[in-house]
Write a protein that binds this ligand. Structure first.
Ligand code: THU
Length: 160
């Protein structure tokens, strides 16, 4: 038996003013998307903005349903919108932000497991890393250089 160490690098920014102009603009778009969330049940609004290689920006927000599991996360709304409108165009980066009417969201909110899995399929297919930036409503922002660094030992089509 041997133990292996899994490492992932992430950058931590104190606030949006520390981001590059491109990253700040994308996060601003994610904030705009967040305002369009339909989250009457969780009261937790999430916005996602994708920058595509063709410079298109695609927005998504979480959309809930009275039949709770039928809702969808902001990240998957955005990535499937990109995949259906611009198939084969690589995703360069993804910005995510979350807020709540019930609580102060001042810590970075990372994508859920199902969204990581979905995003990893796109990253695998495009054979280029996508940068992921995430924050709450205020506070620090975490940035990773790839989706895979958020999902070690991931499952993919090579196992099938
Ligand atoms: N949500 C997202 O949109 N993205 C995530 O990565 C985590 C959770 C949404 C789903 C649901 O509408 C609300 O946040 C509370 O879970």
């Amino acid at each position: 038996m041997k133990k292996i160490e899994i490492t992932a690098l992430a950058s931590v920014f104190n606030d949006v003013s520390e981001l590059s102009l491109e990253d700040r603009n994308l996060m601003t778009k994610a904030v705009e998307a967040r305002a369009k969330a339909y989250a009457p049940y969780s009261k937790f609004s999430v916005g996602a903005a994708l920058l595509l290689e063709n410079n298109q920006i695609i927005l998504g927000s979480n959309q809930e349903s009275a039949a709770y599991p039928s809702g969808m996360c902001a990240e998957r709304v955005a990535v499937w919108k990109a995949g259906s409108e611009f198939p084969g165009v690589a995703i360069t980066k993804l910005a995510i932000t979350a807020s709540s009417t019930e609580t102060r969201v001042d810590k970075p909110v990372g994508p859920c497991g199902a969204c990581r899995q979905t995003l990893s399929e796109y990253e695998m297919n495009q054979k280029k890393p996508m940068e992921i930036l995430f924050m709450g409503e205020t506070g620090k922002i975490i940035k990773t250089e790839s989706l895979l660094s958020l999902l070690p030992f991931s499952f993919d089509s090579s196992f099938l």
